[in-house]
Design a protein around this ligand. Structure first.
Ligand SMILES: Nc1nc2c(ncn2[C@@H]2O[C@H](COP(=O)(O)OP(=O)(O)OP(=O)(O)O)[C@@H](O)[C@H]2O)c(=O)[nH]1
Ligand SMILES: [Mg+2]
Length: 389
């Protein structure tokens, strides 16, 4: 009798355990199915749920715990909206008048003097020279100022400041054509080639220019023709990804000319407006590297003309930059200059010096490491920035 009771009891317990297992397993499957469906809805075409989860983790910065249900279907925007280029210099120009700015200091001393003596002029001249303005423009500016201040008999500091401002703007060249040619011929993309020595800010500038173009509603493609370091293509791709712009890249140590060719060719096939080509930093006195750069440009032009060749100069290198500028200009005809790092210890006079050296305008200035800290150059706003206005 006892044995029969225990048999029945064991049977009931076994049934209960089996039922519990069945319920648990089917509940788990159901949750997995729901999560999979939600991800499939949110994933772009062709993306696997695993890729989608990896992307979600990358976007949120937090891993999704295993087995947790999918987040609400609200789509988080992963693509940034860059700042419109027109407003940038107004926002950034205060960064020009740093305490290291010899030009601003010299002007302040001149304006603060009750009586402008020969010594004051000498000091001012020294300040202009040490602001990287260069000897020629310095002599010119001093002569014009002496002339105008004495002829007009100016003693009012506000009026004197206005005269200085006018003369500086004239030196910087308010009438130079600073437009960046980003319009390709019919059916061809515009091609912007970016060159310069190591570490001047080429890749960063390509990323920043891409943002200004996207803000203007243009379609953009990046070409990672710096195949020297694997990390260079990754760096560029990161800039592009932030604004939904694709990067064409080749295998490590690939021929940079062939990557540039592929990028421009892809741009042409896909009807892209502008292809921006980043190149490896190279010392201007390394002949083989400079030849390689010449080849990059020639090979691109088998597909479409290069509409803009921008030399990226680190403004903090001062007069040394001028030597680089000359050599680069000989190899690939430079059509515009980008002066980066003008927010640091750079001296604003370099703008005038480099334009005189190459006869080519400064088209953009870099004023910080932020993604939108690149501004189209404007002579008047630049001088106002130098004067701390
Ligand atoms: N403060 C400041 N830093 C800048 C500016 N532009 C670039 N940089 C910084 O300069 C450093 C070098 O920038 P990259 O863009 O990598 O320079 P690169 O010319 O591509 O370097 P290579 O490819 O190695 O020749 C980075 O730390 C940038 O953030 C600028 O306008 N202001
Ligand atoms: Mg680079």
């Amino acid at each position: 009798m006892d044995i029969i009771f225990w048999y029945i009891f064991a049977g009931i317990v076994a049934c209960l355990v089996a039922a519990t297992i069945v319920i648990l397993v089917s509940g788990h499957k159901q949750r997995g199915l729901e999560a999979g469906e939600t991800r499939a809805l949110e994933s772009p075409e062709g993306e696997t749920p695993e890729e989608a989860q990896a992307q979600e983790e990358a976007t949120s910065g937090e891993p999704i715990p295993e087995g947790a249900s999918a987040p609400s279907p609200a789509i988080t925007p992963s693509v940034e909206t860059p700042e419109a280029p027109q407003s940038r210099l107004a926002r950034l120009r205060r960064r020009l008048a740093s305490s290291n700015n010899a030009l601003a200091r010299g002007l302040a001393t001149l304006l603060a003097s009750d009586k402008v003596s020969a010594q004051t002029w000498d000091d001012f001249e020294a300040a202009l020279i040490s602001s990287d303005l260069g000897a020629g423009p310095t002599t010119e500016l001093i002569a014009n100022l002496k002339n105008r201040l004495s002829i007009d008999g100016v003693s009012d500091p506000v009026q004197a400041r206005d005269i200085l401002k006018e003369e500086l703007i004239a030196l910087v060249g308010p009438d130079m054509d600073r437009s960046v040619n980003v319009t390709g011929a019919d059916g061809e993309p515009a091609v912007v080639l970016v060159v310069g020595v190591n570490g001047t800010g080429k890749t960063t500038t390509v990323g920043k220019i891409a943002r200004t173009l996207v803000a203007e509603g243009k379609t953009v493609l990046l070409g990672a023709a710096d195949t020297f370091r694997a990390a260079a293509a990754d760096q560029l791709t990161t800039w592009g990804d932030r604004i939904g712009v694709r990067t064409v890249r080749g295998p490590e140590a690939a021929d940079p000319a062939s990557v540039a060719f592929d990028a421009v060719n892809t741009g042409k096939t896909e009807g892209i407006d502008v292809v921006l080509v980043d190149t490896a930093g190279r010392l201007h006195n390394k002949t083989n590297l400079m030849d390689e750069l010449g080849k990059v440009k020639r090979v691109i032009e088998k597909v479409a003309p290069v509409t803009e060749t921008l030399l990226i100069l680190d403004a903090t290198t001062g007069q040394n930059g001028l030597v680089q500028a000359r050599v680069f200009s000989d190899v690939v005809q430079i059509t515009g200059i980008v002066l980066t790092k003008l927010d640091g210890s750079a001296k604003g006079g370099i703008v005038v010096a480099v334009q005189r050296e190459l006869g080519v305008p400064v088209k953009y200035i870099g004023l910080g490491e932020g993604a939108d800290d690149l501004a189209p150059f404007d002579a008047e706003q630049f001088v106002e920035g130098l004067l701390g206005q």
